[in-house]
Design a protein. Structure first.
Ligand code: DX5
Ligand code: ZN
Length: 228
């Protein structure tokens, strides 16, 4: 079996046991996760409230893999620096939440983190056109952000193809990340459509063995990716 090495599995700790985060992160790292995806929600941009800077700092102390911090908050510019100082290696902001996206992206990069932009399900790929060359990665939401455990929106496959088209036209080498409802049934399809970073919450931490679930997701993702 040929495994496309560029696939990265990013377990979302939103679905982990918050009283045992260190244990759960260690399990997915043993399972081969390349990134730890951290969902920051403020109760304004999205209806849910999750975690903030102190928890990211605590996670940084136990994780051996880079932290991929997904900001689902209003006015993310106010907090980006604190999250990078706390240990975020990748920071993504929603295009719907940021009025001066070019400034924010370059601010993240100047702080030394990789900069990502996120598209909600109803936000067109065309929104990326004038920022595609500047970003390190694009995160395509395949659910409406706010909660783990939602159902994958099928149109996300077409969205991935559109995003890939925008990036190619801009000659951007940005990676495409997909987030929401990713599981064994759709992992290969999203990889074939252009995603190379797969976020998964429930499909990993909702399983009895998160380490084995991480391996299983990679297998599902890479199995059909050869030649893609
Ligand atoms: C949703 C978050 C996701 C979520 C994924 O707003 O951005 O990262 O935790 O969870 P699943 O994989 O269960 O959809
Ligand atoms: Zn996320």
């Amino acid at each position: 079996m040929t495994v496309r090495s560029s696939i990265r599995i990013a377990p979302s700790i939103l679905a982990a046991d918050f009283a045992n985060l260190g244990r759960d992160i260690a399990a997915v790292e043993r399972g081969g996760a390349e990134l730890i995806h951290v969902d920051v929600m403020d109760g304004h941009f999205v209806p849910n409230i999750t975690i903030g800077v102190p928890v990211v700092k605590a996670i940084k102390g136990v994780a051996t893999k880079p932290l991929d911090v997904h900001l689902m908050i209003e006015e993310p510019d106010r907090y980006v620096e604190a999250f990078v100082k706390a240990g975020a290696n990748m920071v993504s902001v929603h295009v719907e939440a940021v009025p001066h996206l070019h400034r924010t992206v370059h601010f993240i990069k100047k702080l030394g983190a990789q900069a990502g932009v996120v598209l909600n399900p109803a936000t067109p790929a065309a929104m990326l056109e004038d920022i595609a060359a500047d970003v390190d990665f694009v995160l395509v939401m395949s659910v409406n952000p706010g909660f783990a455990g939602q159902e994958f929106i099928p149109h996300s496959i077409a969205k991935l193809a559109s995003v890939r088209g925008v990036l190619e036209r801009a000659r951007s080498s940005a990676l495409i990340e997909i987030d929401g409802g990713i599981d064994l049934s759709n992992a290969a399809a999203v990889v074939a459509a252009g995603a190379s970073i797969l976020v998964a919450g429930s499909a990993i931490f909702g399983q009895p063995d998160a380490e084995a679930a991480t391996r299983a997701l990679r297998l599902a993702a890479s199995g059909a990716s050869t030649g893609a």
